[in-house]
Ligand binder design. Structure first.
Ligand code: PLP
Length: 356
């Protein structure tokens, strides 16, 4: 077994993969594969209902919100959000904390005006700006809760004077938060929830229906809500595996228990990075992500040999994103603490070998 530190698609629990592979051959003993059953069958309706129920339960979603499993990835949400929420001639506010935030705000410009309230582009997004004002006349304020590429994470969500919209693609289900503070939350499944192919959207019903433009059915949240995420054929397998992962999370004690584990995993890894003279963390200390840990080497010439040592130990997916360099250890929910220990051991062994 490899130690999978890949950023996305990320690691899934081994028992989920085993159950999913069985369902590909024969789903619940009905003599059909999960890939063959009708999305209108009672079997699949049961899967989708359970997935929605688990999201509501695990995140304590209050009344007045709809939970959707859509397609098109988080990137489609970049466009769907302004399509549905930004009135023509209106303005939306964005916090620019990385490439994904930038892609989101670029899409909004097709629909209206965009005000970037603050940006950390000047430091290659190593921190999350905190000193800004959200204009009270904006249709909504968009943030990215965890910046997958740069390893920064919003530690505390500040209330906004307008509906708050968050891209939680890389940290949903990793920590508790108050859904009621947000008007729309979205996340591509492929980090902490399931395989690529479905995107979770949690939307407050009362923010919809306020723009005059005509919205094509597939891009309209209201159509998707009315269709119960089944306006067209849904991504059955991706939703099924997401449901299994949410069941796994519930059995582990839910999001609060997961958060405890994630805190401990991240603390051990950052401690080693801070202690080990060969390595240096990239993100500002107060904004360090507990999902994507980015670090570089004091001597970049040692990066290749370290990567080789890590690979020899079965560690995969730690090469940093090309825009940051160095290493990125994605330590999503399903990554066991034993994998963190293997990485730490490799770092210590390498430091011992390259002692000055
Ligand atoms: N937002 C964040 C924070 C991401 O990390 C990613 C992908 O890594 C995306 C959006 C894009 O997601 P998708 O590939 O599902 O469109």
């Amino acid at each position: 077994m490899k130690h999978n530190f890949g950023a996305g698609p990320g690691i899934l629990p081994h028992e989920v993969l085993k159950q999913a592979s069985q369902a590909v051959v024969d789903f619940n003993g009905i003599g059909l594969s999960i890939l063959e059953i009708s999305h209108r069958s009672a079997e699949f309706e049961g899967v989708l209902d359970e997935a929605v129920k688990l999201v509501k339960e695990l995140l304590e979603v209050p009344e007045g919100y709809s939970v959707l499993f859509l397609q098109g990835g988080a990137s489609q949400q970049f466009a769907m959000i302004p399509y549905n929420l930004l009135p023509e001639g209106g303005k939306a506010a964005y916090l620019e904390t990385g490439v994904w935030a930038n892609k989101a705000l670029k899409e909004a410009k097709y629909f209206g005006n965009v005000e970037v309230v603050a940006s950390s582009k000047d430091s290659n997004f190593t921190y999350i700006p905190k000193d800004y004002t959200v204009p009270a006349d904006a249709a909504y304020f968009h943030i990215t809760s965890n910046n997958t590429i740069y390893g920064t994470q919003t530690q505390e969500f500040k209330p906004a004077p307008v509906p708050l919209v968050a891209d939680m693609s890389s940290d949903i289900f990793s920590r508790t938060f108050n859904v009621a503070d947000f008007s729309l939350i979205y996340a591509g499944a492929q980090k902490n929830m399931g395989p690529a192919g479905t995107t979770l959207v949690i939307v407050k019903d009362e923010i919809l229906g306020k723009v005059d433009r005509k919205i094509p059915a597939m891009f309209n949240y209201q159509t998707q809500i009315e269709g119960g995420s089944m306006y067209n054929t849904p991504p059955v397998f991706a939703i099924y595996v997401s449901m299994l992962t949410l069941r796994w999370l519930k059995a582990k004690g839910g999001v609060a228990a997961m958060q405890k584990e994630n805190d401990a995993k991240a603390a051990q890894l950052y401690k080693e990075i801070d202690r080990n003279p060969l390595f240096k963390a990239v993100a500002a200390v107060e904004d360090r992500s507990k999902m994507n840990v980015c670090f570089v080497m004091e001597n970049p010439e040692l990066e290749k040999p370290f990567l080789k040592l890590a690979e020899d130990k079965g560690i995969v997916g730690i090469k940093g994103h090309r825009s940051v360099g160095g290493f990125r250890a994605s330590i999503y929910n399903a990554l066991p603490v034993t994998s963190i220990h293997v990485l730490i051991d490799a770092m210590q062994e390498f430091a011992e070998k390259h002692k000055a």
